[in-house]
Design a protein around this ligand. Structure first.
Ligand code: MN
Length: 386
Protein backbone atom coordinates (compact mmCIF):
# COMPACT_ATOMS: atom_id res chain seq x y z
CA UNK A 1 0.00 0.00 0.00
CA UNK A 2 2.24 2.80 -1.27
CA UNK A 3 0.35 6.05 -1.74
CA UNK A 4 0.68 9.75 -1.02
CA UNK A 5 -1.89 9.44 1.70
CA UNK A 6 -0.88 9.84 5.32
CA UNK A 7 -0.73 6.30 6.66
CA UNK A 8 -2.16 6.05 10.16
CA UNK A 9 -2.03 3.56 12.99
CA UNK A 10 -4.61 3.97 15.72
CA UNK A 11 -3.59 2.35 18.98
CA UNK A 12 -6.79 1.97 20.94
CA UNK A 13 -9.13 2.26 17.96
CA UNK A 14 -12.26 0.96 19.71
CA UNK A 15 -12.34 3.60 22.45
CA UNK A 16 -13.86 7.06 22.33
CA UNK A 17 -10.85 8.83 20.75
CA UNK A 18 -10.18 5.90 18.42
CA UNK A 19 -13.68 5.82 16.98
CA UNK A 20 -13.74 9.61 16.59
CA UNK A 21 -10.37 9.46 14.81
CA UNK A 22 -11.86 7.00 12.34
CA UNK A 23 -14.75 9.38 11.86
CA UNK A 24 -12.31 12.20 10.98
CA UNK A 25 -10.46 9.87 8.60
CA UNK A 26 -13.75 8.98 6.86
CA UNK A 27 -14.37 12.68 6.21
CA UNK A 28 -10.98 12.96 4.47
CA UNK A 29 -10.44 9.56 2.90
CA UNK A 30 -8.53 11.24 0.07
CA UNK A 31 -5.80 12.24 2.56
CA UNK A 32 -5.60 9.45 5.08
CA UNK A 33 -5.48 5.70 5.06
CA UNK A 34 -5.73 3.36 8.00
CA UNK A 35 -2.73 1.05 8.17
CA UNK A 36 -3.28 -0.50 11.60
CA UNK A 37 -5.96 -0.73 14.25
CA UNK A 38 -5.35 -2.09 17.72
CA UNK A 39 -7.65 -2.69 20.67
CA UNK A 40 -7.35 -3.89 24.23
CA UNK A 41 -10.22 -6.41 24.25
CA UNK A 42 -13.23 -5.08 22.34
CA UNK A 43 -13.10 -7.65 19.57
CA UNK A 44 -16.58 -7.00 18.14
CA UNK A 45 -15.93 -3.34 17.46
CA UNK A 46 -12.43 -4.06 16.17
CA UNK A 47 -13.83 -6.54 13.63
CA UNK A 48 -16.51 -4.06 12.60
CA UNK A 49 -13.88 -1.32 12.09
CA UNK A 50 -11.53 -3.64 10.22
CA UNK A 51 -14.30 -4.53 7.75
CA UNK A 52 -15.06 -0.87 7.09
CA UNK A 53 -11.51 0.55 6.97
CA UNK A 54 -9.56 -2.46 5.58
CA UNK A 55 -6.31 -1.90 7.49
CA UNK A 56 -3.25 -3.98 6.65
CA UNK A 57 -2.89 -5.06 10.26
CA UNK A 58 -5.04 -5.43 13.36
CA UNK A 59 -4.03 -6.44 16.86
CA UNK A 60 -5.78 -7.26 20.09
CA UNK A 61 -3.86 -6.93 23.36
CA UNK A 62 -5.86 -9.70 25.01
CA UNK A 63 -4.13 -12.82 23.66
CA UNK A 64 -7.02 -15.13 24.51
CA UNK A 65 -9.03 -13.41 21.76
CA UNK A 66 -6.57 -14.12 18.96
CA UNK A 67 -8.40 -17.08 17.43
CA UNK A 68 -11.80 -15.42 17.54
CA UNK A 69 -10.36 -12.33 15.85
CA UNK A 70 -8.50 -14.38 13.24
CA UNK A 71 -11.65 -16.34 12.48
CA UNK A 72 -13.87 -13.26 12.24
CA UNK A 73 -11.50 -11.74 9.67
CA UNK A 74 -10.71 -14.92 7.76
CA UNK A 75 -10.90 -14.44 4.01
CA UNK A 76 -9.88 -10.79 4.31
CA UNK A 77 -6.32 -9.62 3.48
CA UNK A 78 -5.69 -8.40 7.02
CA UNK A 79 -2.81 -9.57 9.20
CA UNK A 80 -3.88 -10.43 12.72
CA UNK A 81 -1.69 -10.11 15.82
CA UNK A 82 -2.34 -10.53 19.52
CA UNK A 83 -0.63 -9.73 22.81
CA UNK A 84 0.52 -6.49 24.37
CA UNK A 85 3.93 -6.80 22.77
CA UNK A 86 2.42 -6.83 19.30
CA UNK A 87 1.00 -3.32 19.83
CA UNK A 88 4.54 -1.94 20.09
CA UNK A 89 5.67 -3.99 17.09
CA UNK A 90 2.86 -2.54 15.02
CA UNK A 91 3.71 1.02 16.08
CA UNK A 92 7.10 0.70 14.39
CA UNK A 93 5.99 -0.80 11.06
CA UNK A 94 7.56 1.04 8.15
CA UNK A 95 4.59 2.25 6.05
CA UNK A 96 3.11 4.13 9.01
CA UNK A 97 3.54 7.93 9.07
CA UNK A 98 1.47 8.82 12.13
CA UNK A 99 0.63 6.91 15.27
CA UNK A 100 -2.47 8.00 17.16
CA UNK A 101 -1.98 6.95 20.77
CA UNK A 102 -5.51 6.53 22.06
CA UNK A 103 -5.18 3.68 24.51
CA UNK A 104 -6.03 4.03 28.19
CA UNK A 105 -3.45 4.67 30.91
CA UNK A 106 0.02 3.17 31.37
CA UNK A 107 -0.46 0.74 28.46
CA UNK A 108 0.38 3.64 26.13
CA UNK A 109 3.96 4.02 27.32
CA UNK A 110 5.89 1.21 25.63
CA UNK A 111 4.16 1.41 22.20
CA UNK A 112 4.72 5.19 22.17
CA UNK A 113 8.43 4.65 22.83
CA UNK A 114 8.57 2.17 19.93
CA UNK A 115 6.77 4.60 17.63
CA UNK A 116 9.14 7.46 18.48
CA UNK A 117 12.19 5.23 18.01
CA UNK A 118 10.81 4.37 14.56
CA UNK A 119 10.49 8.13 13.78
CA UNK A 120 6.69 8.21 13.58
CA UNK A 121 4.79 11.41 14.12
CA UNK A 122 2.81 11.05 17.35
CA UNK A 123 -0.75 12.33 17.65
CA UNK A 124 -0.93 12.05 21.40
CA UNK A 125 -4.21 11.32 23.12
CA UNK A 126 -2.77 9.08 25.82
CA UNK A 127 -1.70 11.75 28.34
CA UNK A 128 -0.62 9.10 30.87
CA UNK A 129 2.43 8.44 28.69
CA UNK A 130 3.71 11.93 29.53
CA UNK A 131 2.55 11.74 33.14
CA UNK A 132 4.48 8.51 33.72
CA UNK A 133 7.65 9.27 31.79
CA UNK A 134 7.49 12.77 30.34
CA UNK A 135 11.23 13.35 30.55
CA UNK A 136 12.11 10.14 28.77
CA UNK A 137 9.47 10.64 26.07
CA UNK A 138 10.30 14.28 25.31
CA UNK A 139 14.05 13.59 25.23
CA UNK A 140 13.51 10.62 22.92
CA UNK A 141 11.28 12.70 20.61
CA UNK A 142 13.94 15.41 20.45
CA UNK A 143 16.65 12.87 19.68
CA UNK A 144 14.59 11.31 16.87
CA UNK A 145 13.25 14.66 15.55
CA UNK A 146 9.72 13.41 16.11
CA UNK A 147 6.76 15.77 16.47
CA UNK A 148 4.36 15.11 19.30
CA UNK A 149 1.11 16.86 18.43
CA UNK A 150 -1.47 16.90 21.21
CA UNK A 151 -5.00 15.62 20.72
CA UNK A 152 -6.07 16.55 24.24
CA UNK A 153 -8.37 19.54 23.68
CA UNK A 154 -6.66 21.87 26.19
CA UNK A 155 -3.22 21.17 24.79
CA UNK A 156 -4.45 21.45 21.23
CA UNK A 157 -5.86 24.86 22.19
CA UNK A 158 -2.52 25.99 23.64
CA UNK A 159 -0.67 24.54 20.67
CA UNK A 160 -2.94 26.57 18.35
CA UNK A 161 -2.51 29.74 20.45
CA UNK A 162 1.27 29.36 20.21
CA UNK A 163 1.41 29.22 16.40
CA UNK A 164 3.47 32.19 15.23
CA UNK A 165 4.49 33.18 18.75
CA UNK A 166 7.90 33.35 20.32
CA UNK A 167 8.40 30.89 23.19
CA UNK A 168 10.09 33.55 25.32
CA UNK A 169 7.03 35.83 25.24
CA UNK A 170 4.80 33.26 26.96
CA UNK A 171 3.98 34.27 30.52
CA UNK A 172 1.44 31.68 31.54
CA UNK A 173 -0.64 28.77 30.28
CA UNK A 174 -4.23 28.67 31.50
CA UNK A 175 -5.88 25.26 31.28
CA UNK A 176 -9.65 25.27 31.41
CA UNK A 177 -11.54 22.52 33.24
CA UNK A 178 -15.23 21.70 33.02
CA UNK A 179 -15.18 20.98 36.75
CA UNK A 180 -16.50 17.47 36.12
CA UNK A 181 -19.66 15.85 37.43
CA UNK A 182 -19.25 17.17 41.01
CA UNK A 183 -18.53 20.84 40.42
CA UNK A 184 -21.72 21.83 42.21
CA UNK A 185 -21.87 18.98 44.71
CA UNK A 186 -21.28 20.21 48.28
CA UNK A 187 -18.11 18.80 49.83
CA UNK A 188 -20.04 17.02 52.61
CA UNK A 189 -22.04 15.09 49.98
CA UNK A 190 -18.98 14.02 48.00
CA UNK A 191 -18.07 11.14 50.29
CA UNK A 192 -21.36 9.51 49.23
CA UNK A 193 -20.70 9.98 45.52
CA UNK A 194 -20.87 6.80 43.44
CA UNK A 195 -19.36 5.78 40.14
CA UNK A 196 -22.65 6.25 38.33
CA UNK A 197 -22.88 9.83 39.65
CA UNK A 198 -19.31 10.46 38.54
CA UNK A 199 -19.93 9.06 35.06
CA UNK A 200 -22.45 11.79 34.28
CA UNK A 201 -20.05 14.24 32.69
CA UNK A 202 -21.66 17.60 31.96
CA UNK A 203 -20.05 18.50 28.62
CA UNK A 204 -17.72 15.86 27.17
CA UNK A 205 -18.65 12.30 26.17
CA UNK A 206 -15.63 10.14 26.98
CA UNK A 207 -14.52 6.72 28.22
CA UNK A 208 -15.12 5.62 31.83
CA UNK A 209 -11.56 6.08 33.14
CA UNK A 210 -11.16 9.67 31.97
CA UNK A 211 -14.68 10.57 33.08
CA UNK A 212 -13.83 9.49 36.65
CA UNK A 213 -10.51 11.35 36.38
CA UNK A 214 -12.52 14.36 35.34
CA UNK A 215 -14.88 14.03 38.32
CA UNK A 216 -11.91 13.91 40.73
CA UNK A 217 -9.98 16.53 38.71
CA UNK A 218 -7.05 14.14 38.42
CA UNK A 219 -7.56 14.57 34.69
CA UNK A 220 -6.69 18.25 35.06
CA UNK A 221 -3.75 17.41 37.29
CA UNK A 222 -2.49 15.05 34.58
CA UNK A 223 -3.02 17.78 32.02
CA UNK A 224 -0.85 20.19 34.03
CA UNK A 225 1.90 17.56 33.88
CA UNK A 226 1.21 16.97 30.18
CA UNK A 227 1.48 20.74 29.49
CA UNK A 228 4.71 20.95 31.49
CA UNK A 229 6.35 18.38 29.21
CA UNK A 230 4.76 19.41 25.91
CA UNK A 231 5.44 23.13 26.23
CA UNK A 232 8.42 23.23 28.57
CA UNK A 233 6.71 25.68 30.93
CA UNK A 234 7.29 25.54 34.67
CA UNK A 235 4.28 24.50 36.78
CA UNK A 236 4.28 27.89 38.55
CA UNK A 237 3.22 29.30 35.20
CA UNK A 238 0.51 26.73 34.49
CA UNK A 239 -2.84 27.67 35.95
CA UNK A 240 -6.14 25.80 36.08
CA UNK A 241 -9.44 27.62 35.80
CA UNK A 242 -12.90 26.07 35.92
CA UNK A 243 -15.04 26.89 32.89
CA UNK A 244 -18.24 24.83 33.01
CA UNK A 245 -19.37 25.46 29.42
CA UNK A 246 -16.19 23.87 27.91
CA UNK A 247 -16.20 26.33 25.00
CA UNK A 248 -12.86 28.03 25.76
CA UNK A 249 -10.53 25.05 25.43
CA UNK A 250 -7.53 26.81 27.02
CA UNK A 251 -5.56 30.05 26.90
CA UNK A 252 -2.07 31.50 26.74
CA UNK A 253 -1.11 34.73 28.49
CA UNK A 254 1.79 36.66 26.98
CA UNK A 255 4.36 39.03 28.46
CA UNK A 256 2.47 42.09 27.19
CA UNK A 257 -0.63 41.01 29.14
CA UNK A 258 -2.45 39.79 26.05
CA UNK A 259 -4.51 36.61 26.40
CA UNK A 260 -5.11 34.28 23.47
CA UNK A 261 -7.82 31.65 23.71
CA UNK A 262 -9.01 28.92 21.40
CA UNK A 263 -12.75 28.31 21.37
CA UNK A 264 -15.11 25.80 19.80
CA UNK A 265 -17.74 23.17 20.42
CA UNK A 266 -16.67 20.47 22.89
CA UNK A 267 -16.15 17.83 20.21
CA UNK A 268 -12.90 15.87 20.15
CA UNK A 269 -13.03 15.55 16.38
CA UNK A 270 -11.78 19.15 16.19
CA UNK A 271 -8.48 18.59 18.01
CA UNK A 272 -8.10 15.14 16.40
CA UNK A 273 -8.36 16.62 12.93
CA UNK A 274 -5.99 19.45 13.80
CA UNK A 275 -3.42 16.97 15.10
CA UNK A 276 -3.63 14.98 11.86
CA UNK A 277 -3.57 17.96 9.47
CA UNK A 278 -1.28 20.41 11.34
CA UNK A 279 0.05 22.85 10.17
CA UNK A 280 -2.89 22.97 7.75
CA UNK A 281 -6.53 23.48 8.58
CA UNK A 282 -9.12 21.51 6.63
CA UNK A 283 -12.85 21.78 6.25
CA UNK A 284 -14.74 19.97 9.00
CA UNK A 285 -18.44 19.24 8.81
CA UNK A 286 -18.94 19.62 12.54
CA UNK A 287 -21.25 21.78 14.60
CA UNK A 288 -20.07 25.37 15.09
CA UNK A 289 -20.11 27.04 18.49
CA UNK A 290 -22.77 29.74 18.42
CA UNK A 291 -21.76 32.17 21.14
CA UNK A 292 -25.03 34.10 20.99
CA UNK A 293 -26.92 30.85 21.69
CA UNK A 294 -24.51 29.84 24.44
CA UNK A 295 -24.96 33.31 25.93
CA UNK A 296 -22.57 33.12 28.87
CA UNK A 297 -19.06 31.88 29.38
CA UNK A 298 -18.18 31.71 33.07
CA UNK A 299 -14.95 31.08 34.97
CA UNK A 300 -14.14 30.22 38.57
CA UNK A 301 -11.24 29.04 40.72
CA UNK A 302 -10.93 25.28 41.31
CA UNK A 303 -11.81 24.09 44.84
CA UNK A 304 -8.73 22.25 46.12
CA UNK A 305 -10.52 20.98 49.25
CA UNK A 306 -13.09 19.20 47.14
CA UNK A 307 -10.54 18.04 44.61
CA UNK A 308 -7.27 17.25 46.44
CA UNK A 309 -6.05 15.35 43.36
CA UNK A 310 -5.22 18.63 41.66
CA UNK A 311 -2.95 19.64 44.54
CA UNK A 312 -1.40 16.15 44.66
CA UNK A 313 -0.64 16.25 40.93
CA UNK A 314 1.07 19.66 41.15
CA UNK A 315 3.15 18.41 44.04
CA UNK A 316 4.05 15.22 42.11
CA UNK A 317 5.45 17.03 39.09
CA UNK A 318 7.30 19.53 41.29
CA UNK A 319 9.00 16.68 43.14
CA UNK A 320 9.64 14.98 39.79
CA UNK A 321 11.57 11.74 39.27
CA UNK A 322 9.32 8.69 39.49
CA UNK A 323 6.64 10.44 41.62
CA UNK A 324 4.27 11.19 38.69
CA UNK A 325 4.66 7.54 37.67
CA UNK A 326 3.54 6.46 41.17
CA UNK A 327 0.71 8.98 40.95
CA UNK A 328 -0.52 7.48 37.71
CA UNK A 329 -0.27 3.85 38.81
CA UNK A 330 -2.05 4.47 42.12
CA UNK A 331 -4.69 6.49 40.30
CA UNK A 332 -5.39 3.67 37.84
CA UNK A 333 -5.88 1.27 40.74
CA UNK A 334 -8.18 3.54 42.76
CA UNK A 335 -10.27 4.57 39.75
CA UNK A 336 -10.85 0.92 38.95
CA UNK A 337 -11.83 0.26 42.59
CA UNK A 338 -14.14 3.28 42.64
CA UNK A 339 -15.80 2.14 39.40
CA UNK A 340 -16.43 -1.23 41.05
CA UNK A 341 -17.92 0.42 44.13
CA UNK A 342 -15.11 -0.81 46.42
CA UNK A 343 -13.98 2.60 47.71
CA UNK A 344 -15.44 6.07 48.11
CA UNK A 345 -14.56 9.39 46.53
CA UNK A 346 -12.01 10.72 49.02
CA UNK A 347 -10.41 7.31 49.53
CA UNK A 348 -9.08 7.71 46.00
CA UNK A 349 -6.90 10.74 46.89
CA UNK A 350 -5.98 9.29 50.30
CA UNK A 351 -4.67 6.06 48.80
CA UNK A 352 -2.79 7.92 46.07
CA UNK A 353 -1.02 10.11 48.64
CA UNK A 354 -0.14 7.14 50.87
CA UNK A 355 1.21 5.22 47.90
CA UNK A 356 3.38 8.17 46.85
CA UNK A 357 4.84 8.23 50.37
CA UNK A 358 5.59 4.51 50.40
CA UNK A 359 7.29 3.83 47.08
CA UNK A 360 11.01 4.66 47.00
CA UNK A 361 11.88 7.93 45.29
CA UNK A 362 14.08 7.74 42.20
CA UNK A 363 15.36 11.12 41.03
CA UNK A 364 16.46 10.16 37.49
CA UNK A 365 14.54 7.06 36.51
CA UNK A 366 15.42 4.92 33.50
CA UNK A 367 12.78 2.98 31.59
CA UNK A 368 13.21 -0.09 33.81
CA UNK A 369 12.76 2.11 36.89
CA UNK A 370 9.45 3.34 35.55
CA UNK A 371 8.33 -0.22 34.89
CA UNK A 372 9.34 -1.32 38.40
CA UNK A 373 7.81 1.79 39.98
CA UNK A 374 4.53 1.25 38.16
CA UNK A 375 4.33 -2.33 39.32
CA UNK A 376 5.25 -1.58 42.94
CA UNK A 377 2.86 1.37 43.15
CA UNK A 378 -0.02 -0.73 41.83
CA UNK A 379 0.68 -3.42 44.38
CA UNK A 380 0.88 -0.91 47.27
CA UNK A 381 -2.31 0.81 46.20
CA UNK A 382 -4.14 -2.51 45.83
CA UNK A 383 -3.15 -3.56 49.37
CA UNK A 384 -4.98 -0.51 50.71
CA UNK A 385 -8.22 -1.46 48.99
CA UNK A 386 -8.70 -5.07 50.12
MN1 MN B 1 -8.50 17.34 28.12
Amino acid sequence: MQTDKQSIAILGSTGSIGTQTLDVISQHSDLFEVYALTANNNIDRLVEQAKVYSPEVVAIADESKYHALKQALSGLPIKVFAGEKSIGEIAEMSPIDTVVTAMVGYSGLLPTIKAIEANKKIALANKETLVVAGKLITELALQHHVDIVPIDSEHSAIFQCLVGENESSVEKLILTASGGAFRQTPIEMLSLATASDALKHPTWKMGAKITIDSATMMNKGFEVIEAYWLFGIDTDRIEVIVHPQSIVHSMVQFCDGSLKAQLGQPDMRHPIQYALTFPKRLQANLERASLADIGQLTFEKPDLDKFPNLRIAYSAIRRGGNIPCILNAANEVVVDAFLKGKIGFFAMSDIIEQTINEVAFIASPKLYDYIATDSEARQRALEKIK
